[in-house]
Structures are given as structure tokens and as C-alpha cells.
Design a protein around this ligand. Structure first.
Ligand code: LRH
Ligand code: MN
Length: 394
């Protein structure tokens, strides 16, 4: 038996992949689309339990997606503890709780930033309800994304809205207990087109600093201006101990919510390089890796499986970076050599390494192929007839 050549960086990559956990979003299993059309698909879940069943399939085939994020009220049930038990029996855990203060007529001029105190109280009540849900599900993270903003200069006072936002965030922060955290997600534009009240990482970072240790920034990779260097933001937030989570997806233009790594795999690699460099792959650092996507035209479950695999492959490439050689080249100011080190890792085909690791974990080396061969898609298309499919505009 020929002794295997020592492969220290391969070992590092395999070790990193063994602890990598990617949370899938309940809403990715439901129908989604754009303002032009939401396309229905056969077999789409009608209930949160069917969403959990689908998330469990993604985990069973990838081994790296052990939790599902909930969105309230889309996933509202009477008994969340019972739902948590159902999820556990299915092989997954209930993860991040997402609040929704963006789909009620009262929130036209804002939710927690609305000029009307009664509307602000209503919005805050929903955010606090979401913490109640976390108490029942055992979830650690509350993710807050606000559609709040204005469309025209003068529509409202930018500073007053920040005061109102800070007041609501402080009230929610006060309510957190145990290991609970608040993740504040930012977005440059949409649905507001002049100001968003949390438009960028700096605004989220500043509010999180003001709130305290439990408040962290959520980086949604689709929420930046074109050309934004997201890996710089990641490096900065990790250095400050304020990177709480990612909402992974990819885009060609705006908040396209496409499969992560599909539009720009090199960007995802660069991001994972900074995550690794900043200690973000160490579970103790507490960075949550979540998908936030909408499979408008592609099948949803294979889309989620492919997305998990894309993050695994980008992470494996990032972990193959010869850090020592990189440091030497950087120290020596050898720009070409430094860039070569990174490109060498990026241009490495890691699919055999990731496939071998799956086999080692008792999984099929090709999770998407395994899903296709499983017959699950035909079964749910047959079984899930009648009732209202879950999803946007449902
Ligand atoms: C907003 C967002 C947010 C979710 C929603 C489904 O664009 O990224 O994270 O609540 O999508
Ligand atoms: Mn998001």
C-alpha cells in the first residue's frame, strides 16, 4: 500500500469542511419570484413542516445544513416547541428567527422608524413576539431586516428616523436573554429608493456598537452597490468582533437572490478567504452562515443543495491558500507572488477533495445527483396536491 503523500493543506481544508454549517431558509422552499410573476412549482411545501422536511433532505445529502431559518409570520404556528420537536425528529434544528415588518399596509412609511408612534409600537410588538418565538424554539439568533426608508428627499427626517430605529433596537436588545443575539441586516436600496434606514455595513455596525455585545452585523451578499468589496467589509467586521452572520446568495445586478457562487464564484472565494483569515470558520467565533435565496425558475431543493456545495467548494479553496507563502510574499512586497498564491488555491479543482470527504462521511459524493436519483421530487409532486402552496404572495 503506497503511503499517501502528506497533504497538510488538504487536511486543513477537510478539517474546516467538517465543522462548516450552512443554514437554509424556509422561504427558499416556497414559491418566489419578482413583481412581474411568482412561478408556482409542483411539490412546493404548503406548511412549515413540509419546508422542514425539505430542509432535512438537503441536510441528509450534504451533511452540512443542520438548521432551517424561520420567517414570522410566514412560518407562524401555535406551538413552536412542538415544531422544534418535529424538526429534531426530521433531523434538523430550528435556527435563526427572521422578523417581518415589511408586508403590512401600516408600514408604508416605515415600521420602527414610522412617524406615527402607534405604528412604531405595532412593529416593536412584532419584534418582541419574535423573541418569544426564540424562547420556544431555542434559537440563538434574531435577524432584523428593515424595509424602512424613503423615496423622495424631504419625505421624512433622516436623523429622527435613526433615533426611532435606535429606540426600537434598544427595546429588543433589552429583551434578549441566554445566548440570544440580534443580527442587524443592511440593504442599499429596495423597496425604498432614496434612503434606506439601514443602508450599509457602517450604519449597522454603528447601531450594533451602540447596543452591545449581543448585537452583530448580518452581511447579505446581495445588498451592496455594484463593485463593493464585500471581503473588505468581512475582514473589518471580523477584526471588530462584529460579524454575526451571512445571508449568502449571488447577483449580476441588484438583490437578485440567485444561488450563492453562481454569479461570481471568485467573489465568494475571496470572501471565504477573509472569513478564514479572520477566524470566522472557527465555530467559537459564532459567525452564522445562512443562505437567503429565491429559486424563481430552478427547482428549489436541488438549488439549495447546489448552494451548500458552492459554499463548501469556495471554503475548501480558501483553506488551500498557502498562508505561509502568502505572508512571505506580502512581507517582501512581491505583489505577483502574493496574488499567485491566492490564484493557485482558487484555480485548484477541489471537487475531488469535497467528494472524498462526503464518502468519508457516508454521503453520496454527488448530492445533487443523489437527490435526482432519490425520487423525492416526484414523490412530493404527487403527494403535495391541494392546499395553498407556501411562498411569496401566498
Ligand atoms: C431582504 C432579505 C431579508 C429577508 C428577506 C427574505 O431583502 O434579504 O434577509 O427577510 O430577504
Ligand atoms: Mn437577506
Amino acid at each position: 500500500m503506497t503511503a499517501l503523500a502528506p497533504d497538510p493543506r488538504g487536511d486543513t481544508a477537510r478539517a474546516g469542511l467538517r465543522t462548516l454549517r450552512i443554514e437554509t431558509p424556509s422561504w427558499a422552499y416556497g414559491n418566489s419570484g419578482t413583481r412581474f410573476k411568482v412561478f408556482a412549482q409542483a411539490g412546493v411545501p404548503r406548511t412549515v413542516r413540509e419546508k422542514i422536511d425539505d430542509a432535512a433532505v438537503v441536510h441528509s445529502l450534504t451533511g452540512s445544513a443542520p438548521s432551517i431559518a424561520l420567517h414570522i409570520p410566514w412560518d407562524r404556528v401555535d406551538d413552536y416547541a412542538d415544531l422544534a420537536r418535529y424538526a429534531e425528529a426530521a433531523g434538523v434544528r430550528l435556527g435563526t428567527v427572521n422578523a417581518n415588518v415589511f408586508q403590512d399596509d401600516d408600514y408604508k412609511l416605515g415600521s420602527v422608524t414610522n412617524p406615527d408612534p402607534a405604528v412604531r409600537r405595532k412593529a416593536l410588538a412584532h419584534l418582541l413576539e419574535c423573541v418569544d418565538v426564540m424562547d420556544e424554539t431555542g434559537s440563538r439568533d434574531l435577524k432584523l431586516w428593515f424595509s424602512d426608508g424613503t423615496n423622495y428627499p424631504g419625505q421624512d427626517d433622516i436623523r429622527d428616523r435613526q433615533d426611532r430605529l435606535a429606540e426600537a433596537l434598544a427595546a429588543v436588545y433589552e429583551r434578549l436573554s441566554g445566548d440570544q443575539r440580534l443580527l442587524l441586516e443592511y440593504k442599499l436600496f429596495e423597496p425604498a429608493f432614496y434612503t434606506m434606514d439601514v443602508p450599509d455595513w457602517g450604519t449597522s455596525f454603528a447601531h450594533c456598537l451602540e447596543l452591545g455585545e449581543r448585537a452583530k452585523v448580518c452581511v447579505d451578499t446581495g445588498h451592496h452597490a455594484p463593485g463593493t468589496n464585500i471581503e473588505f467589509i468581512v475582514a473589518f467586521l471580523l477584526r471588530a468582533g462584529k460579524l454575526g452572520a451571512f445571508d449568502f446568495n449571488s447577483r449580476f445586478y441588484a438583490d437578485d437572490d440567485l444561488m450563492v457562487g453562481a454569479a461570481d464564484p471568485f467573489q465568494l472565494f475571496r470572501i471565504m478567504c477573509e472569513v478564514d483569515r479572520g477566524g470566522g470558520l472557527d465555530p467559537a467565533t459564532g459567525v452564522a452562515f445562512m443562505l437567503d435565496q429565491c429559486h424563481n425558475v430552478e427547482q428549489k431543493i436541488p438549488g439549495q443543495i447546489r448552494s451548500v456545495c458552492n459554499v463548501q467548494e469556495a471554503t475548501a479553496k480558501a483553506l488551500l491558500v498557502d498562508r505561509e507563502a502568502l505572508r512571505t510574499a506580502q512581507r517582501d512586497g512581491d505583489v505577483i507572488a502574493a496574488n499567485d498564491v491566492l490564484m493557485d488555491a482558487y484555480n485548484t479543482d477541489v471537487r475531488p477533495l469535497v467528494a472524498e470527504l462526503r464518502v468519508e462521511q457516508g454521503l453520496d459524493p454527488d448530492p445533487v445527483g443523489a437527490y435526482r436519483r432519490s425520487g423525492y421530487q416526484d414523490r412530493i409532486a404527487r403527494e403535495r396536491v391541494g392546499g395553498e402552496q407556501a411562498g411569496w404572495g401566498a
